[in-house]
Design a protein around this ligand. Structure first.
Ligand SMILES: C[S@@+](CC[C@H](N)C(=O)[O-])C[C@H]1O[C@@H](n2cnc3c(N)ncnc32)[C@H](O)[C@@H]1O
Length: 223
């Protein structure tokens, strides 16, 4: 099975240099909507980017740790934390190498990142996430769905290899990309009480030419 090498971090460094302020520095709307439900404590943000979610939780009194493979993203996040006088523990680290201490977090966030792992890697991190949450801890993820227009383009391309079910290998970026179905996401959350499940198809004006994305967001409480 093809594995993503660390060279993918070059792609993400360029991504963050090109798109300063991904997500317009606003926290994910699902996270801000359900802030009340998250008991005060530790938050882990996987692939935190420039920290739009991590900084939101730091500002709201949580003890936040975040990891990312992009040095550019990390530096931007640290700068923003300093400017806002917020403390946050940020590390340059690959999700694949992360050990999550058991029974520790009130909230684990993974927005727009888990689709870049292959099946085996996803299975491993989902297990770690579940163990890493405290009782009643919350997991939130946002991922690309099968409705994303790029799924169909990849499916029909004879240059892009499908390496696993609904997972493609992007040679230029040296990474894979997976598109999730509703059934698959609900299976991941089978041991959680689902707080919010939503699937959207919407126009993205945040970077490049206006384009559409299909995404699934799911938030669940560990039971
Ligand atoms: C589309 S951005 C989303 C950033 C952030 N989660 C947000 O919603 O604003 C994807 C982020 O995941 C990071 N990333 C991708 N693969 C990763 C991996 N294997 N381990 C850690 N971070 C990763 C990238 O560097 C990038 O910052």
């Amino acid at each position: 099975m093809k594995n993503n090498s660390n060279k993918a971090s070059t792609y993400w460094d360029n991504f963050h240099k090109d798109i300063k302020g991904y997500g317009a520095f606003r926290p994910d709307p699902v996270l801000s909507r359900y802030l009340k439900l998250i008991s005060k404590g530790k938050v882990l943000d996987l692939g935190l980017g420039e920290g739009r979610n991590a900084l939101f939780f730091a500002k709201n009194g949580f003890e936040v740790k975040g990891i990312d493979i992009s040095e550019t993203a990390i530096q931007s996040c640290i700068k923003r934390a300093k400017e806002a006088k917020l403390e946050i523990d940020v590390k340059l680290q690959n999700i694949r190498d992360l050990d999550i201490p058991e029974n520790t977090y009130s909230l684990i966030i993974a927005t727009m990142v888990l689709q870049f792992l292959n099946k085996k890697e996803r299975d491993i991190i989902f297990k770690k996430i579940k163990k890493g949450l405290k009782e009643n801890g919350i997991f939130f993820m946002r991922v690309f769905s099968l409705q994303d227009p790029s799924y169909k383009i990849k499916l029909e391309s004879d240059k892009i290899e499908m390496i696993e079910h609904d997972t493609f290998f992007l040679k230029k970026r040296n990474m894979c990309i997976h598109y999730f179905s509703e059934k698959e996401v609900k299976f991941i959350f089978k041991d959680f009480q689902i707080i919010n499940f939503s699937e959207i198809y919407s126009l993205d004006l945040a970077h490049g030419e206006p384009h559409y994305h299909g995404m699934i967001m799911c938030m669940g409480k560990k039971i």
